[in-house]
Design a binder for this molecule. Sequence first.
Ligand code: SF4
Ligand code: SF4
Length: 255
Amino acid sequence: MLGGASHVTAHTPKNEALDVIEHLVRRIAREAGVDIVGFGDVRAALPPGFGHLPVAISLGVAHPAMRALLEDGALSAQGLERELCDHRDAVGQAKLETGLRRLSSLFRAQGYRYFGCPPECDPMDSPFTSLVARRFSHKAAATCAGLGWVGRHGLLNHPVYGPHVSWATMLTNAPLRTSTPAVVSECGECGRCVAACPAGAISGRVWCREDGMARIVDIERCRKFLDENERATGRRVCGRCAVACATARLAVREG
Ligand code: SF4
Ligand code: SF4
């Protein structure tokens, strides 16, 4: 299971209690089939009314095509594009729902407060960039947990699986050690998603936490392109920016 780097702390009885809760959370997530777990201090990102839940547990499940690429090396560039064209991962989303449900039971039994933010029901129904406008996004939680950064395409980029991860978040007041947050982009000189966007919606600006999502993606341009696609094909899809990001990883792997 992958996760962000936790703060190093001295070994005391109090820390041992924290270790027990963290261990329980990780075990529950793993048994639910979750690939990625991280803990973030989200106080700066919380919407009004959520201040009593300062810690976010980010749960991620990698798209099976990325697993095939990175674990078996079994996919060509064409195969990867074909697989990621349909980025829905109903199995991954079911795993996340199970993880949230079981964590709710744990926190309820232990007397902690919690609020589960479920994964997307069907990401094909909403533009990629609509994630930017969410009230409290999985992206904010995962960056606070140090699990990834926001790429030039405006999506959360996990260092291994890129944007092809389904996410869910559990907010809680359980005493959990939080990780160092991601505060700057790690896209470097890459600009594949910018070049791949047929709508010219991606500005190329690199993300940093201080500036937020401003001027990264022109949501209106992206939405218009999706509208046109829907009129032409009956399907509200694009995602070329995310596929380009996956093929960037393939290029790195092939050296
Ligand atoms: S590549 Fe497609 S989904 Fe991505 S920003 Fe451009 S129009 Fe939107
Ligand atoms: S394709 Fe390159 S520039 Fe775009 S998000 Fe991925 S790593 Fe960043």
